[in-house]
Design a protein around this ligand. Structure first.
Ligand SMILES: [Ca+2]
Ligand SMILES: [Ca+2]
Length: 246
């Protein structure tokens, strides 16, 4: 009886401790993330001579503790909203399904370019900015659609980006960690002219179903030409100065 009580008490104490640490964001570091479209207008020419510009869609900044919470490479899309993010540039459903989920600490939507009054994609020269708060051990996943594709999205590897190295907040250019992925949900057409791609499709979720898996776009038809992320965007992260650091 005594042992039972003791273990119940210990369990309760542990429970309390866990909740307290999960909620204790008073020592969190604030980070500002900038996603800049560094392409030029009409920078691309399709096989039929059509010139086109590249844009990136509204997306998400997700702070998480565990790996592979948004997608798994080589696995089918989970049906939680990555499809709408990748095909239609709409992060709303993915945000809703992730919010409050196990291992998810925060989900921030970015949808309004810096200096704009209304939500929209970032066209050449435009930038999204989003702020997050995180603690050592936290990871960051960013998602945004490659606007002239059927189902391609930029994100880091499935594990996310470690926001702290040896307890110190990361800072600077993180573009090299962003990868162009094919969500495996819609059959690819030639970028910039495909009739079922974001800017031209008749309605959201239009196009031939692919029934594929999430793959690095370098391994899919048409993908190879667009996988050098550093030619398309610049992503930087800046931790806020800690109070009293100056
Ligand atoms: Ca595809
Ligand atoms: Ca489509």
């Amino acid at each position: 009886m005594f042992i039972k009580l003791l273990s119940a008490t210990a369990g309760a104490l542990l429970g309390v401790a866990t909740i307290a640490s999960a909620d204790d964001m008073s020592h969190a570091t604030k980070f500002t993330i900038r996603i800049e479209n560094i392409t030029k207008p009409d920078a691309f020419t399709a096989s039929n001579g059509t010139k086109w510009s590249l844009a990136f869609s509204p997306g998400l900044a997700i702070v998480h503790k565990e790996k592979a919470l948004v997608f798994s490479v080589g696995k089918k899309d989970r049906g939680h909203g990555l499809e709408a993010q990748s095909e239609d540039g709409d992060p709303g459903m993915l945000a809703k399904s992730l919010e409050g989920g196990k291992g998810i600490k925060a989900v921030k939507v970015f949808n309004t370019p810096v200096g704009a009054k209304v939500p929209g994609p970032i066209t050449p020269g435009s930038t999204y900015e989003v702020t997050i708060s995180a603690m050592p051990g936290d990871r960051l996943t960013l998602t945004t659609m490659m606007g002239q594709s059927n189902d391609w999205f930029y994100a880091p590897g499935e594990a996310g980006i470690e926001l702290f190295k040896d307890g110190k907040a990361i800072s600077g250019d993180i573009t090299s960690q962003m990868i162009l992925w094919d969500a495996g949900t819609e059959v690819n057409q030639e970028p910039g002219i495909g009739p079922d791609q974001g800017p031209r499709q008749k309605a959201p979720n239009t196009g031939e179903a692919e029934n594929g898996v999430v793959k690095n776009a370098k391994d899919v038809k048409f993908g190879g030409a667009y996988t050098n992320t550093a030619k398309a965007m610049k992503v930087t992260i800046t931790p806020a100065m800690m109070p009293g650091a100056m």
